[in-house]
Design a protein around this ligand. Structure first.
Ligand SMILES: Nc1nc2c(c(=O)[nH]1)N[C@H]1C(S)=C(S)[C@@H](COP(=O)(O)OP(=O)(O)OC[C@H]3O[C@@H](n4cnc5c(=O)[nH]c(N)nc54)[C@H](O)[C@@H]3O)O[C@H]1N2
Ligand SMILES: Nc1nc2c(c(=O)[nH]1)N[C@H]1C(S)=C(S)[C@@H](COP(=O)(O)OP(=O)(O)OC[C@H]3O[C@@H](n4cnc5c(=O)[nH]c(N)nc54)[C@H](O)[C@@H]3O)O[C@H]1N2
Ligand code: SF4
Ligand SMILES: [Mo]
Length: 732
């Protein structure tokens, strides 16, 4: 059954996007503040502390928190506007059911019962795994835990995964392979003590703005800065050593640096001897990677590569920070392992001012992969394929190990399964695949093919346009819970207001579904505190052990770093001080070969294409494309290109250009800048429909982490014509 998106004018009228919205009287309407609530920002993985100001069950203002040690009173532009979502007119306040004429309000009973009967119909006709579940990491950990439990014990499907699969899984897999555990090894308070900071594939100034401050503090003490990025991103402009590599060539770059460390004997021999395995194999893999060879592959001059090895290898301390620039690849795990090798070779673990850390992305990017919503994982960061781990969780849940399904399909693999008929129905919470999955045409075809599609969100997203039922859930400030920050610090989120209209708390929706599915004994919790208490019990003895945390402790101690096994345990800010998390206590230096990205440039598609973010927009834009002041900062996607590339095609700044890949094409204004390689173009991905950067991206996955290769594809460009409107002004 083809299910085109609804094009009901009423939809847009009612559910937006309504821009430049302000409450009547404006934000300074002189409201009497009734309450102030300490909590954390709804957006990125840094989870800055903020205080929300509440009047009439609305968040009407906020202050940054000076007492929270991470941000100490600082916020970024998105954090400053985040509270504009709450009373937004686009907010979903009634359950919706799709009819011939468009979406219509429905009762909770109607939409929940329909969801349950469709789940059971599809499963009885096509097997238990024919119903898929996709969840997200903007949710509190309590919600993510419930989603894992709902899929496995309520619905009874193996197919649950989450949007961290689009984000941090390459780092997770790399860290587990090399070090035995998936968490940043060092707290950010170590950054100012580093004598060299190496930033690999991270646009820190725009995407982790508060981390910039930590790097400045290191710089104030004389630290050197190395940046590897195809673009001279804002932080790179201040670097001592900029490695402007061709997209998709990181393994060659870090391999050549490792080889130089070996050649120049900049190794920590004691550390390698006592705490690692595999140096010989790792060294053999890079033996042919001379700086000259790497120059040919990466486009970075050999002398720069040698300089980077000296800057990284000489000092006693150093931190390497990486993000999606190296992880969003069909060899994302290999890229992460190559960075870890640079850390292990120089003994940069378990000490102040050291560490190779991934900067997690979403608000609960770290926590979202700790308590069991990932297809290969059970609560406590346990492995779903490990019989001992299964038995531990089964015992805590009061079921038999065989009652827990085995590993299911990852996010993009579920979309493949929808297209070939293995999956017929989908429950989606906290993700917007129409914007964020690679190859938009493929995503649309999958959503149109579903027999039944239910979405839990607080805005009617481009993905929810395709739904059969939409369940209005809760915003960050409407429900208590915990999240884990990029540092590995579990912090407390507090509720400031209750959901408006007939919207409900997400935990209530999920537990209600569990009960209606006949699994009432597993979903008897009354609210998120009881869910947290269950997480403490179930995670006990696991890797991500929360047993010693209480909500009260999290508030009083400004968060606790896991593992925290007992109530008198202080938590573990710095990992691996004495041993790594593998059974023998040693880290693995794994051999990393270089290979090309899945798609390379050729005569037809001669330009490299890469994608990412801008400071004022967040992810699929569902939350930020509705906030006028953020839109004004960067109204629509622009195609960054170097003046030399632009001149070859006769393109001037602001001209409308067409960018074409094997999967689709997009028409956007050109932004001619010197801060990008002349063989590469960049488009930020926060927009939907014909403005979606993902119309062009390649849905190929890393075979280990199953992350899509968002950071490399091949395109061609052509000029369409002069600017359609003044540069920087959005289309109506
Ligand atoms: N403003 C803002 N902040 C955010 C978000 C947001 O949407 N907006 N999202 C949050 C989330 S979920 C995430 S995951 C993080 C993402 O944070 P980042 O990973 O820092 O952001 P990206 O823009 O995806 O990519 C980072 C850099 O990778 C570079 N890059 C591209 N290809 C390559 C390559 O082949 N090799 C190398 N070395 N670099 C490459 C890009 O030029 C870009 O500067 O940000 C979080 N913070
Ligand atoms: N081309 C390209 N594509 C990319 C990337 C890239 O760099 N390039 N980056 C990838 C990365 S790193 C990521 S993380 C993904 C993210 O992409 P998505 O998974 O689409 O994430 P969001 O846009 O945050 O979608 C979250 C949805 O959940 C809703 N939501 C937020 N919080 C809550 C909550 O508490 N409860 C409920 N019920 N709903 C909530 C929001 O309104 C929004 O509609 O995009 C990926 N896509
Ligand atoms: S840096 Fe991240 S957590 Fe802090 S205010 Fe900005 S978006 Fe929010
Ligand atoms: Mo992300």
């Amino acid at each position: 059954m083809a299910r085109p998106p609804l094009s009901d004018a009423e939809l847009v009228e009612r559910y937006g996007p309504h821009l430049n919205w302000e409450p009547p009287g404006g934000w300074d309407a002189g409201l009497e503040i009734e309450r102030e609530v300490d909590t954390h920002c709804a957006f990125c993985g840094q989870q800055c502390g903020i205080t929300l100001k509440v009047a009439n069950n609305s968040v009407v203002g906020f202050e940054p928190r000076y007492d929270f040690p991470f941000n100490e009173g600082k916020l970024c532009p998105k954090g400053v506007k985040r509270y504009l979502q709450g009373g937004h007119p686009d907010r979903l306040t009634e359950p919706l059911q799709r009819t011939e004429a468009g979406f219509r309000d429905a009762t909770w009973d109607a939409v929940l019962d329909r969801t349950v009967s469709e789940i059971r119909r599809i499963q009885s006709e096509h097997g238990p795994d024919a119903f898929g579940v996709i969840s997200g990491s903007s949710l509190t950990t309590e919600k993510t835990y419930l989603m894992g439990k709902l899929a496995r014990l309520g619905i009874g499907t193996a197919n649950i995964d989450y949007n961290g699969r689009l984000c941090m899984v390459s780092a997770a897999a790399g860290n587990k392979k090399a070090l035995g555990m998936d968490r940043a090894p060092n707290p950010w308070s170590d950054i100012p003590h580093a004598q060299v900071v190496f930033v690999a594939g991270a646009n820190i100034a725009e995407c982790a703005p508060i981390t910039t401050d930590y790097i400045w503090r290191a710089r104030d003490r004389g630290a050197k800065l190395i940046v590897a990025d195809p673009r001279v991103n804002p932080l790179a402009r201040t670097a001592d050593c900029f490695l402007g590599l061709r997209p998709g060539t990181d393994t060659a770059l870090y391999g050549a640096i490792l080889r130089e460390l070996i050649q120049r004997d900049l190794l920590d021999h004691d550390f390698i001897e006592q705490r690692t395995h595999g140096i010989a194999e790792a060294a053999a893999a890079v033996d042919h990677m001379t700086p000259k060879w790497a120059e040919g592959v990466t486009g970075v001059p050999a002398s720069r590569i040698e300089q980077a090895a000296e800057l990284w290898g000489r000092p006693a301390t150093g931190m390497l920070l990486h993000a999606r620039g190296i992880e969003h690849h069909s060899k994302g795990v290999q890229n992460v392992l190559a960075c870890i090798n640079l850390g292990l070779a120089t003994g940069r673990y378990g000490k102040p001012g050291c560490g190779v850390c991934t900067i997690t992305g979403q608000g609960n990017g770290q926590g979202g992969r700790e308590q069991g919503q990932k297809s290969d994982q059970l609560p406590g960061a346990r492995d779903i394929g490990n019989p001992d781990h299964r038995a531990e969780v089964a015992a805590a849940w009061g079921v038999e190990p065989d009652d827990i399904p085995q590993e299911g399909l990852s996010y993009e693999e579920q979309f493949d399964a929808i297209l070939d008929g293995r999956i017929r129905g989908l429950l989606l919470i906290c993700s917007n695949p129409m914007v964020s999955l690679p190859d938009t045409a493929k995503t649309r075809a999958a959503l149109e093919k579903l027999e039944f599609f239910a979405v839990i969100d607080f805005f009617l997203t481009e993905s929810a346009f395709h739904a059969d039922v939409v369940l209005p859930g809760s915003l960050h400030e409407e429900e208590e819970g915990v999240v884990t920050t990029a540092e590995g610090r579990c912090v407390k989120i507090n509720a400031a207001v209750s959901p408006p209209g007939n919207a409900r708390r997400d935990t209530d929706i999920i537990c209600d579904l569990g009960r209606r599915l006949g699994a009432g004994q597993h979903f008897a919790m009354d609210g998120p505190r009881e869910v947290f208490e269950e997480i403490r019990r179930v995670s006990r003895g696991g890797v991500a052990d929360y047993a010693g945390m209480t909500w009260e402790r999290l508030e009083a101690e400004q968060g606790i770093f896991w593992p925290c096994p007992t109530e008198d345990h202080p938590g573990t800010p710095r990992l691996y001080e004495r041993s790594f998390a593998h059974a023998d206590g040693k880290a693995r230096m794994l051999p990393v070969e270089h290979r090309d990205p899945a798609e390379v440039v050729d005569d037809e598609y001669p330009i490299w294409y890469t994608t990412g973010r801008v400071v004022s927009q967040y992810l699929s834009g569902a939350q930020t494309r509705r906030i006028g002041p953020l839109i004004e900062q960067y109204p629509e996607p622009l195609c960054e290109m170097h003046p030399r590339l632009a001149s070859v095609h006769g393109i001037a700044d602001g001209d409308l250009v067409r960018v074409v890949s094997r999967r689709g094409s997009i028409e956007v204004p050109a932004q001619v800048v010197e801060s990008i390689r002349p063989d590469t173009v960049f488009i930020p991905y926060h927009w939907a429909g014909h403005k979606a950067a993902n119309q062009l991206t390649n849905p190929v996955l890393d075979p280990i982490s199953k992350i899509p290769e968002y950071k490399v594809a091949a395109v061609r460009i052509e000029r369409i014509g002069p600017p359609q409107r003044p540069v920087g002004q959005a289309a109506p």
